[in-house]
Design a protein around this ligand. Structure first.
Ligand code: SME
Length: 160
């Protein structure tokens, strides 16, 4: 996988000045889901105002019932509290997991920080077991860093 090319394309999406932030982040979901064959669902959750919950901003892949996820619940809710990347090789082995689809076998969630504050996350699901590696983690940390800079520059925070 050529992550460098994808990062360049993400820069181009974020530099398209006539696009709303929601549109730009949706395009990033589409790019990642389309171009990396084991990324089967890609979405961005952000903290919902002052509530201790995450809200789905945009995604590419099958529709999900989980538009709102309380902090602490599921892989996403745990990342909201721990501020750590969470790479799950086999979702069936996780007790605290929220299933969006029976096809999902592994998951990777990477938090998005603005000035050291965890304000949201990118969530990737795969239909393959053990789909993700440290390379995906490093790549998604870099994607989120770019998006954080973009959100600061666009002055659109907080998202919800
Ligand atoms: N599996 C996630 C829920 C979000 S869906 O994957 C879209 C979790 O356990 O938090």
């Amino acid at each position: 996988m050529n992550y460098e090319n994808l990062l360049t394309e993400i820069d181009q999406i974020l530099q398209t000045s006539n696009s709303s932030y929601k549109n730009s982040l949706t395009k990033i979901c589409q790019l990642l889901e389309n171009r990396i064959n084991y990324y089967d669902w890609v979405g961005f959750y952000f903290k919902n105002g002052d509530r201790k919950e995450l809200k789905l901003l945009c995604y590419e892949g099958n529709e999900t019932d989980h538009n709102i996820i309380p902090f602490g619940k599921g892989i996403c809710g745990q990342v909201a509290e721990t501020n750590q990347n969470f790479l799950v090789d086999d979702v069936a082995a996780q007790d605290n997991y929220i299933a969006c689809s029976i096809h999902v076998k592994s998951e990777l969630v990477v938090p998005l920080f603005i000035k050291n504050e965890n304000i949201g996350q990118i969530d990737i699901d795969s239909h393959q077991r053990k789909a993700f590696s440290k390379k995906d983690e490093d790549f998604l940390v870099e994607v989120n860093r770019k998006i954080a800079d973009y959100l600061i520059n666009q002055q659109v925070l907080p998202i919800f």
